[in-house]
Design a protein around this ligand. Structure first.
Ligand code: AMP
Length: 126
């Protein structure tokens, strides 16, 4: 089955410049910006500029250049935030929600990078 992508989603609108964002880092294929409703002192979203709806969509269909750029940008964001555990930072959580059971609200693939407090266990029940 072909992957579907809805170009009216809010991150697509950010990428088209229709609504503002608080940019942390922008590269050829990737944009990192602060979450509008942060759940930790640092909460950054990393998104590809291409039209990919979910993690698996991106991983299966993006070009090597897009995938490399995405992960390098996410790593660079960790450096910029000073949160790298190997470099004296206090660590972080990188997560991506996909689809209904993943409780994904915005249907444009994104990675959340959360940091700045102890984030608790990965999942709560319910
Ligand atoms: P998810 O539930 O994984 O799809 O996460 C979507 C995230 O997008 C949430 O954490 C929202 O707070 C965030 N968000 C929604 N609209 C905006 C916006 N205009 N700018 C920045 N973050 C946003």
């Amino acid at each position: 089955m072909a992957y579907a992508y809805d170009p009216t989603n809010i991150f697509a609108r950010i990428l088209r410049g229709e609504i503002p964002n608080n940019t942390v880092l922008e590269t050829e294929h990737t944009l990192a910006f602060r979450d509008i409703a942060p759940q930790a002192p640092d909460h950054v979203l990393v998104i590809p500029k291409g039209p990919y709806a979910t993690f698996d969509h991106f991983s299966n269909e993006a070009s090597d250049a897009e995938i490399l750029d995405f992960y390098r940008t996410a790593g660079q964001v960790c450096k910029m935030l000073g949160i790298e555990p190997g470099e004296g930072g206090m660590g972080f959580r990188a997560i991506t929600n996909s689809g209904e059971h993943g409780v994904q609200d915005v249907p444009h693939f994104h990675m959340h990078i959360l940091a700045g407090r102890v984030l608790g266990r990965m999942l709560s029940r319910g």
